[in-house]
Design a protein around this ligand. Structure first.
Ligand code: TTP
Ligand code: MG
Length: 446
């Protein structure tokens, strides 16, 4: 266990929304909500101006519209997010060769493995402040929160406390005191299911958790998580910063308290799992080609069924629909002990979701994945980059009834004017990202 706060954790502020505000000057300082614009879309993130209204990640879009009707609602531009992420990760790599990206906007850096000469608190804080200034310059205006601590857990807690747009160092020696007042769910690995069990034991804060013995926690949560939690509650965390590991699959499963035999209830569980899996997928900036459903029967035997799509998707409705179709193919009348939904075959399709599938079907995903970027979209997705022969670059402000409204502005201009065109106006086209059109997908097997 180290005695210096030499682990750094960086997390960009309102990442997707901040990129949108950077590139759309008229939205700066305004509520911006990025997410699935389809019927069952969920919020990816909200700008801090929108969070004031209680809008947050993973909220259904219709709820977000109710709470903050005046926000700009945008579908994502993943090329832009990926580019910004690459710039940030590049800056972190200059600090140390040992970095562990956790998602597009979040990473740990082990400064003790880098060239930083002095690792005293003051030097570390100076380094973090310089990093934040350079990051804002290099990304054209994004901001990050940075935490420093003697372990991954402390660095993460510190950046959380620094949020938004701040820096914080947990002084070595004060770790246990610093986390005592935090809610137990601030501990990495404590999700809703664990939290529910802890609540039954009367745990609210990390201090409460510390009152429980390791044996009690092991009894309640199993050996691995029980012991892990007991250590972390006392701020003992010796997990190393691990260089990039490739994410190969993402899954979510649940063992039920009582076996479930109701197909509709199970379908609901599959949908919730799909939503969680896709949320992690989107956060990793990936698209999945294969959806897998896993079922364990009352006798503990299991089956696992997969379907590979003709493209790669990051849409919750597609993953949910495939998972439910796979579930439909099983006879669940004997009861189900465990249900899991997973995705694999992850790719970084550098292509915008040009086609908004109102009612997405797995078959139509083909269209989404194979559409060349320059082709005219079926619907103009709000927020998408476009270019007009006469007026130049802009973004889709809204569309409907055969018209599309575009605001002509870029990161480099001031707020620009709005104009409306016919959707088939030959002078208006989807903008090709600066580094060329996305790679076309190889045809999928199966
Ligand atoms: P976060 O870092 O969790 O959120 P954030 O950067 O938007 O806001 P802040 O860190 O200031 O609290 O996630 C990074 C990006 O990942 C986020 O901008 C959008 C995406 N994301 C989703 O798509 N779905 C989700 O459920 C979450 C949490 C994030
Ligand atoms: Mg963030």
């Amino acid at each position: 266990v180290r005695t210096t706060a030499s682990i750094l954790h960086l997390d960009l502020d309102a990442f997707f929304a901040a990129v949108e505000q950077r590139d759309k000057p008229s939205l700066r300082g305004k509520p911006v909500i990025v997410g699935g614009v389809g019927l069952r879309g969920v919020v990816s993130t909200a700008s801090y101006e929108a969070r004031v209204f209680g809008v947050g990640s993973a909220m259904p879009m219709h709820e977000a519209r109710k709470r903050c009707p005046n926000a700009a609602f945008l579908s994502g531009r993943f090329d832009a997010y990926r580019q910004a992420s690459a710039v940030v990760m590049g800056l972190l790599r200059e600090l140390s060769p040992l970095i562990e990206p956790l998602s597009l906007d979040e990473a740990f850096v082990d400064l003790a493995a880098g060239p930083a000469r002095a690792l005293d608190d003051e030097s570390l804080l100076r380094l973090a402040s310089q990093l934040r200034v350079r990051l804002t310059e290099a990304t054209g205006g994004l901001t990050a929160s940075v935490g420093l601590g003697s372990s991954k857990f402390m660095a993460k807690v510190a950046s959380e406390l620094a949020k938004p747009n701040g820096v914080r160092l947990v002084t070595p020696g004060t770790e246990a005191d610093t986390i005592a007042v935090l809610p137990a769910r601030a501990i990495p690995g404590v999700g809703p299911a664990t939290m529910e069990r802890l609540t039954k034991l009367g745990v609210v804060t990390i201090a409460d958790l510390r009152e429980l013995s390791a044996a009690e926690l092991v009894r309640e949560l199993g050996k691995a998580s029980g012991e892990h939690l007991h250590e972390l509650a006392s701020a003992r965390d010796d997990r190393a910063v691990e260089p990039e590991r490739e994410t190969k699959s993402i899954s979510m499963e649940d063992t039920f308290e009582h076996d479930l035999a109701d197909a509709e209830v199970l379908a609901g569980v599959a949908e919730r799992h799909a939503a969680k899996v896709v949320s992690r997928l989107v956060k990793a900036g990936m698209f999945a080609r294969t959806v897998t459903l896993k079922v364990r029967w009352p006798d503990f035997s299991s089956v696992s069924r997969s379907r590979t799509l003709n493209g790669a998707t990051d849409r919750v409705e597609v993953v949910a629909q495939v998972a439910k179709a796979l579930l439909d193919g099983l006879d669940v009348s004997q009861g189900v002990r465990l249900l899991g939904v997973g995705v694999s075959g992850l790719v970084e399709v550098a292509q915008e979701p040009l086609f908004d599938l109102e009612v997405a079907t797995p078959g139509r995903v083909v269209e989404e994945a194979e559409a060349p970027v320059s082709r005219r979209p079926l619907t103009w997705l709000p927020g998408a980059d476009v270019v007009h022969a006469e007026f130049g670059p802009g973004w889709v402000w809204g569309s409907g009834l055969g018209r599309v409204t575009v605001r002509f502005e870029t990161a480099a201009t001031g707020p620009g004017p709005v104009r409306t065109f016919a959707v088939d106006d030959p002078e208006l086209a989807v903008a090709v990202p600066p580094d060329g059109p996305a790679e076309p997908m190889a045809p999928a097997a199966g």
